[in-house]
Design a protein around this ligand. Structure first.
Ligand SMILES: [Zn+2]
Length: 233
């Protein structure tokens, strides 16, 4: 490697926390200038063996969580903070103002995640995103339940199964690590006000069996494959 190359190590691939703190990266519509330099659309790397069980990783994750809570999010992926790393957190409290929460979801961290098994049934959900500020909610399908494998902060392998709202949030964050947001997938959009009105009146399905025509949020991902495999396609 040349000296010049060394001097230009891409900060988005590191666990360094910017001095001014993290800002939530905003989505860029397809075929728009700047999208190819935005971390939401660039391949995130795996967390390496030597990075686990370190203050650097723990501080990074604490900071991610702080940003999520400050913005009333129910999940956050590292690339939403400009970092191309395979890390996300989910958590939903029943007083979350951004969602009519479908039950509480305990705080969970996923590093280097893989989806190992999914349900046949899919459900619809109108997604919003901290990276789609002031944008409309979008209706997409997600698997009713998923099984995953990932690592914890110590690097230990963790396996589990999620259903309900936890499965929705997990797939939403997983989609970020596949690159992009629900904005790239959804065909139906509504403002939160319009949506709340239509859900309250029973006019719209909310977290019901998804029709076969409803776009799948994590479409293109092969179950059991790593994100590295997905991005190497
Ligand atoms: Zn999001």
């Amino acid at each position: 490697m040349s000296l010049e190359k060394c001097a230009t190590i891409d900060d988005s691939m590191t666990l360094n926390i910017p001095k001014k703190g993290f800002e939530v990266v905003q989505q860029v519509p397809a075929k728009t200038i700047g999208r190819d330099q935005n971390a939401l659309y660039l391949t995130p790397r795996k967390i390496r063996k030597d990075e686990f069980n370190s203050t650097t990783l723990n501080d990074f994750i604490d900071k991610m969580y702080t940003v999520m809570i400050k913005n009333s999010g129910v999940g956050i992926a590292a690339n939403q903070l400009g970092k191309r790393l395979q890390i996300f957190i989910i958590e939903a409290k029943d007083d979350n103002p951004r969602y009519n929460v479908l039950g509480q979801v305990e705080k969970q961290l996923f590093i280097n995640p893989i989806i190992t098994k999914v349900s046949t049934e899919k459900k619809n959900f109108w997604h919003g995103c901290l990276s789609a500020k002031d944008e409309k909610r979008g209706n997409v399908a997600t698997y009713e339940w998923i099984e995953y494998q990932c690592q914890n902060q110590k690097g230990e392998v963790k396996k589990g199964r999620l259903d309900g709202f936890a499965a929705v949030i997990f797939q939403h964050e997983f989609k970020h690590l596949m690159n992009g947001t629900y904005m790239d997938v959804a065909k139906q959009f509504l403002s939160k006000t319009e949506l709340d009105k239509k859900i309250a009146s029973g006019e719209l399905p909310f977290f019901e069996k998804a029709s076969d025509t409803l776009p799948l949020l994590i479409n293109g991902y092969t179950i059991g494959k790593t994100l590295h495999d997905y991005h190497s396609k």
